[in-house]
Design a protein around this ligand. Structure first.
Ligand SMILES: Cc1cc2nc3c(=O)[nH]c(=O)nc-3n(C[C@H](O)[C@H](O)[C@H](O)COP(=O)(O)OP(=O)(O)OC[C@H]3O[C@@H](n4cnc5c(N)ncnc54)[C@H](O)[C@@H]3O)c2cc1C
Length: 437
């Protein structure tokens, strides 16, 4: 495996000069080693593309994913076992052992442990163990040909043939009354909220009405805390965050045919419809309420927060006030390509419509006029409301792998199984390392 062409800071010159006469060797630089980055790396490897490097300050694959699942004490995925970063939807099912899948309606959901083992197996089978460099992409510049130059926190300047931004650069949305307190020691926002830090025998107030808020509430209850869950809407029960009809042509065709990016943005919001949780979680919350461990405040928001000794006094808009040892904010977040620093040069050199944070991309998910692809939720205007989910990551990866090998990205965006999905490992089954153990 070769890394894309790079120079160190010792031979760095001002960028305008840097470009002139430099060898621009091929290769793909993926920024972000989450599931979206891994899906792209896997699809490229499956089609024999060796020349890739991945940047992530975590230094390994799916570090943020694993952290979140541990922090929220999540036992199994919300999505079915056919959704994962490998190009073949059946790759995980083929190697899953008894007890590694949880039945939910017609679907099998992988346990968190089974999914993690599958990722390890996939990374090893495709020889991606050493692909991740522990560095952050701190700057992205664009040359006259639309090719990117990426500066890493390791002081290396990379000039790959193409860049894939898989950073999931979401900023957490924090309710207005909480903003001034988001750094208070009792407060944890987004990925920082962690059930392993439940104050033993204490009081935890959780803000949010989606599956993350539900996991945090149940995790804190299980650890002996008294919990209040404050949701600005009634808790919504749905098996998946987006209705499965969005996986097929009935919804996706008219979405793709819609010329107005603002309208497509609106369709995404309508389809996702804010936070929701599956039935089993809603039932568990009801049980915890009956047991006296949980108080639900639905259709309520936080009106004011005041520190009170080591704790916080939190007032709701119904006039009630309670004290909490910990306040966890699980109110989601949003991407915004119009403020993302890694998109600054793209915006300047190649303006494209941005519909409430999401950029209009070409069919290969490139920022138009450049060799920079965007995957994950950032590709929503092209891929629809599931762009940020595992199934969307695979579709994005198939489109990018197709243009790299000179194929039509739109034709490549379909379900392919077996040898066709991963010619490089045809005949080799991806078995979970614990199968039969
Ligand atoms: C708790 C939780 C459970 C979920 N469960 C499911 C599920 O069951 N099924 C499903 O389909 N979806 C699920 N999702 C939604 C989605 O699949 C995940 O959020 C997934 O992690 C998104 O993948 P990603 O690669 O886009 O982003 P991330 O997993 O967030 O990875 C982005 C990576 O980019 C890195 N990065 C960021 N900026 C830079 C930079 N400048 N330079 C280098 N690296 C950078 C980060 O360190 C990170 O490792 C879940 C989401 C959450 C929060």
């Amino acid at each position: 495996m070769h890394a894309p062409s790079r120079t160190t800071s010792s031979d760095r010159r001002p960028l305008a000069h840097d470009w002139a006469g430099r060898d621009r060797a091929g290769g793909t630089l993926i920024v972000g080693a989450g599931p979206a980055g891994l899906a792209v790396a896997s699809a490229l490897r499956c089609h024999g593309e060796d020349d890739l490097e991945v940047l992530d300050p975590g230094g390994g694959w799916l570090e943020r994913w694993h952290h979140r699942f541990a922090a929220q004490d999540i036992a199994h995925l919300r999505s079915p076992a056919v959704h994962h970063p490998h190009p073949d939807p059946f790759a995980l099912l083929a190697g899953a052992a008894d007890g590694e899948l949880v039945r939910a309606g017609q679907a099998n959901l992988p346990t968190t442990a089974a999914f993690a083992r599958f990722i390890t197996t996939l990374v090893e089978a495709l020889e991606l163990q050493h692909a991740v460099t522990p560095a952050e992409a701190v700057r992205l510049d664009i040359d006259g040909d639309g090719r990117a130059c990426v500066t890493g926190s390791d002081d290396v300047i990379r000039r790959p043939e193409r860049v894939v931004l898989a950073t999931n650069a979401r900023r957490p949305s924090v309710p207005p009354a909480l903003r001034a307190w988001s750094r208070h020691p009792c407060v944890a926002v987004g990925d920082d909220a962690d059930v392993r830090r439940t104050p033993s025998g204490g009081e935890v107030l959780i803000v949010g009405g989606g599956i993350s808020a539900g996991h945090l509430a149940l995790g804190a209850v299980a650890r002996g805390a008294r919990v209040r869950l404050v949701s600005r809407r009634r808790l919504m029960v749905r098996r998946y965050d987006t209705h499965p009809t969005w996986l097929g042509p009935k919804k996706l065709r008219p979405f793709a045919a819609e010329p107005d990016p603002e309208r497509r943005r609106q369709l995404i919001d309508q389809a996702r419809g804010g936070g929701s949780m599956p039935h089993w979680m809603r039932r568990s919350l009801a049980q915890a309420t009956e047991d006296g461990a949980l108080v639900l405040h639905q259709r309520r928001t936080i009106a004011a927060v005041r520190p009170r000794r080591e704790r916080l006094a939190v007032s709701l808009d119904d006039g009630s006030t309670s004290e909490a040892d910990a306040l966890w904010c699980a109110t989601g977040g949003a991407l915004d390509a119009s403020t993302d620093p890694l998109c600054a040069a793209l915006r300047r050199a190649h303006p494209t419509p941005i519909a409430r944070g999401l950029p209009e991309l070409d069919a290969a998910l490139r920022w138009p006029g450049t060799e920079v692809h965007l995957v994950g939720a950032a590709a929503g205007l092209l891929l629809g409301p599931t762009a940020g989910n595992l199934v969307g990551h695979r579709r994005a990866a198939q489109r990018i792998a197709a243009v790299v090998r000179g194929d039509d990205p739109v034709r490549a965006d379909r379900v392919t199984t077996g040898a066709g999905a991963c010619p490089a490992t045809a005949g080799q089954r991806l078995r979970s390392t614990t199968r039969g153990a």
